[in-house]
Design a protein around this ligand. Structure first.
Ligand SMILES: NC(=O)c1ccc[n+]([C@@H]2O[C@H](COP(=O)([O-])OP(=O)(O)OC[C@H]3O[C@@H](n4cnc5c(N)ncnc54)[C@H](OP(=O)(O)O)[C@@H]3O)[C@@H](O)[C@H]2O)c1
Length: 331
């Protein structure tokens, strides 16, 4: 294990993992214009070699594809990784609340005990393991009481099939219900320099209750890496294709921010992505930063962010630059 990677605790679970986590949504292909399996496997291997232990996936990422690729990449290395996967978006039962269609299959939000047990067995098979370290409810199911879901998850924990419980895409009320119902060790929420809503809503609750927070889309789907050139076009089902977030004006704003923080990047011999990730990990209440990567170069770039330590002066000057250059972004 690379000793320079920041290690942090997943709530009160007793599990430690690298603060920089590898996200594998794009590796599943869906909503990202497809996937390259060999490049994906090399990206996962490069992350692990660089000391990244936290790997986040979900059944919904390509209807099992992401979990299968992660399973192949971690074969023989299970002891080096902390696996987070999810439940509650299923395409097998039709139960719960219809959410979207993927590959012509209706996907439902369902967090009843029977659905979770079925999904967990499928995930264990695809990942080639006998336990999940952090098992997260992916989206909340309006048809099942949270206390019932937590009771089902606690049973699976007692059986040794999962080690910690997390919830994703919660509002403050749902988060409080999870905390009241059992031991919630983590939430996973959208957070980055340009998505900071949870600072005033969820983070005060997690910090009071020893719940870790995993930020997702920490690089704003790649926009904040500063490497989305003005001429880059997105194709296929890539969600960025018609996304106002990737407007010419937003790309220009990010380019201006990149220039403004260049002295800090130079000081640390770091890329913009590394400074953005290090800034994210320095935010109060953010425990882990999940960053997607589709090839070994991106994986290594992001992994090395776990070795960057920003001073408080540097953080203040980045905050000022964000306020000046990333205001009024196209949403
Ligand atoms: N719980 C939830 O509902 C939820 C929702 C979203 C995400 N997540 C999790 O959070 C993870 C991270 O979020 P995300 O994947 O949505 O977005 P992200 O990390 O903000 O962006 C990932 C994308 O940015 C580009 N990129 C990454 N590193 C780069 C680098 N160093 N240099 C240049 N480009 C780079 C890559 O796309 P290109 O190469 O194509 O530009 C990559 O696919 C996901 O993979 C998933 O595990 C969870």
């Amino acid at each position: 294990m690379n000793s320079r990677q920041i290690q942090r605790a997943i709530g009160a679970s007793g599990i430690q993992a690298s603060a920089v986590g590898l996200g594998t949504w794009a590796i599943g292909g869906w909503m990202w214009g497809g996937t390259d399996e060999q490049a994906s496997i090399r990206a996962i291997e490069a992350s692990i070699d660089a000391g990244v232990s936290l790997i986040d996936t979900a059944p919904a990422y390509g209807l099992g594809r992401s979990e299968e690729i992660v399973g192949k990449a971690i074969k023989g290395k299970r002891d080096k990784v902390v696996i987070a996967t999810k439940c509650g978006l299923n395409w097998h039962s039709g139960k719960g609340n219809h959410f979207f269609d993927q590959d012509g299959k209706p996907v439902h939000r369902y967090l009843g005990a029977d659905g979770i047990a079925y999904e967990l067995d499928q995930s264990l098979r695809r990942l080639g393991t006998d336990h999940i370290d952090l098992y997260i409810t992916h989206w909340q199911d309006p048809t099942t009481p949270i206390a019932e879901t937590v009771a089902a998850l606690e049973k699976l924990k007692a059986a040794g099939k999962i080690r910690a419980i997390g919830a994703s895409n919660v509002n403050p009320e749902e988060l409080n219900q999870y905390v009241a119902a059992g031991q919630l060790d983590a939430i996973q929420e959208r957070y980055s320099m340009i998505d900071r809503e949870i600072e005033g809503t969820l983070l005060p609750i997690t910090q009071r209750n020893d719940v870790a927070t995993l930020s997702y889309s920490s690089l704003a789907l790649g926009l904040l890496t500063g490497s989305i050139e003005p001429g880059r076009a997105f194709s296929g089902d890539d969600q960025r294709k018609d996304n106002p977030r990737f407007s010419a004006s937003n790309r220009q704003k990010v380019a201006t921010l990149k220039q403004a923080i260049q002295p800090i990047s130079d000081q640390h011999k770091a890329s913009m992505a590394q400074i953005v990730i290090a800034w994210t990990l320095a935010q109060p209440g953010i425990t882990f930063a999940l960053c997607g990567a589709r090839n070994p170069e991106q994986a290594l770039d992001n992994a090395r962010a776990g070795e960057v330590r920003l001073s408080s002066e540097e953080r203040t000057s980045i905050d000022k630059a964000i306020a000046m250059h990333l205001n009024q972004m196209d949403a």
